[in-house]
Design a protein around this ligand. Sequence first.
Ligand code: IMP
Length: 431
Amino acid sequence: MAVVAVVGMQWGDEGKGKVVDLLTEGADIVARYQGGNNAGHTVVIEGVKYVLHTIPSGILRKDVLSVIGHGVVVDPAALLEEMRLLRAEGHKIDDNLRISAKAHVIMPYHRLLDRATEALRAERKIGTTARGIGPAYADKMGRSGIRVIDLLHEPTLRTKVATNLAMKGSFLAEHCQGSEGSALDAVAVTAQYLKFGEELRPFITDVDALLQRAWREGRNLLLEGAQGTLLDIDHGTYPYVTSSSAAAGGSCIGLGLAPSRLDQVVGVVKAYTTRVGEGPFPTELGGSLGATLRQRGDEFGATTGRPRRCGWLDIVGLRHAQWINAARWLAITKLDVLDTFSDIGICTAYEYEGERITSLPLGEHALSACAPVLEWMPGWRTSTTGTTEWRKLPEKAQRYVEHIAELLEADVLLVSTGPQRQETILTHQLW
Ligand code: IMP
């Protein structure tokens, strides 16, 4: 048995969905530990593309139990729609999905608050996904949050909704005029969310107990992170981050597992860097190089459709992520996107105020003032798409992958060479 966390090492969109789907082949349970439907995990199986937002990617395997942990914030309407789509594709949901009773609920007023606070931030906006994630986590920490279990108890839900709307009402009335009036109607919101509760009732459970039991029975547990370490609320490029603990440590908090239970961490690293939303990005490429990466990598948000900003691999950011996560294994994704480049940049340090630094600077504005120091590696200029064996990779591509692993002091578990399950070079067995 083993407990393995899969975490993004950059600003999200590393390709965790595919990696989790692959690794669940040997898992009994896949448990998502943070984030909400801001995530978009894309998995392609036999030509069918699935974009999962709240449900773990394990749901696509019929003998794996998928668990939504209490560290996740759940938008019931979005979750029910995802369940409907999966059912329509013939996937088993009823016995294969469980939701923590303690997970917090994204309410309609959270989405309004997300948009209103972004508008007020003006040029300092974060570029959120507008799904209400930040306000939902703010209520959790402020001890006003509504949990999934509350959706099953009318008096609790009614009182909490009324109190929350009383606390937020005047701000919302001032800043969200005319939009989604029913979101501010306590009676209507309570009635709608009680209905969601009834639909979700068969799936709601005590996830702490479920995972304790699974661990004692010696099951293989895969802990699925969303977003990435540089978007982590504590370890990311604050304030341009999401509102949860995306790094490996978050898996213990978000699922009720002791840190000593965690056996290994798999860090997912895209072969170059992308970022959606605002915030500093030292290796960002403007012009045709950035456009080529975006087009070849199909770098458009799976949740919002926004074009992703693209740039060279940033080892300074990755080294930081590696301090936090200590990934034993690396999953290097989208290597084939680099197939056409004659030279490939790797940023190993920054120039900051006339000095060369090799770790992320402190201070909100410092990272924007950093210029990348690039090392160049020769491109392989031949197609690697769909390659399934390490020895069939061009030597220059092998060297690129090995160099990343050396710099991060970890071993390569797999290299992804295309979106399909089988387009993968598996260099080790995890389970
Ligand atoms: P929020 O999570 O919607 O509050 O957005 C905060 C920041 O995290 C924004 O820059 C988003 O673009 C980014 N973000 C949130 N979820 C994801 C994701 O799944 N992939 C990449 N970026 C994300």
